[in-house]
Write a protein that binds this ligand. Structure first.
Ligand SMILES: [Zn+2]
Length: 113
């Protein structure tokens, strides 16, 4: 293959991305949106705490450790997908095996989504 052929192949790949790369781009966009939403929630909650004259001297790292413990407990709750019968985290909105929407009627933190 000549250098010119190689350049043509590379240009073709650039101008017609594969379905996989389109899916990955969509996933990255969804993750960026989720990250931005979580960042907004965190900053808003922090502002509420500060404006409410609530005692803010608690160690934030201790609070984060508590949240990590609670999340581990929530993540240990499992549901069975009705479509593929695989075991899934109750906190997940969709089955990561077949994509079926999971419906868990127990308590789920809004931060799990
Ligand atoms: Zn499934």
């Amino acid at each position: 293959m000549t250098d010119q052929d190689q350049a043509t192949v590379e240009k073709t790949l650039e101008s017609s991305p594969t379905l996989e790369s389109e899916i990955n781009s969509a996933r990255i966009n969804a993750l960026e949106l989720k990250l931005e939403t979580l960042s907004l929630i965190t900053e808003s909650l922090w502002n509420i705490v500060q404006e409410s004259n609530i005692e803010c001297s608690a160690d934030l790292k201790d609070k984060m450790a508590n949240v990590i413990d609670h999340r581990a407990k929530r993540d240990s709750i499992k549901v069975t997908c009705k479509v593929c019968n695989s075991e899934q985290k109750a906190s997940a909105p969709y089955c990561n095996h077949c994509g079926n929407k999971l419906d868990y009627s127990g308590e789920i933190s809004p931060f799990d989504y």
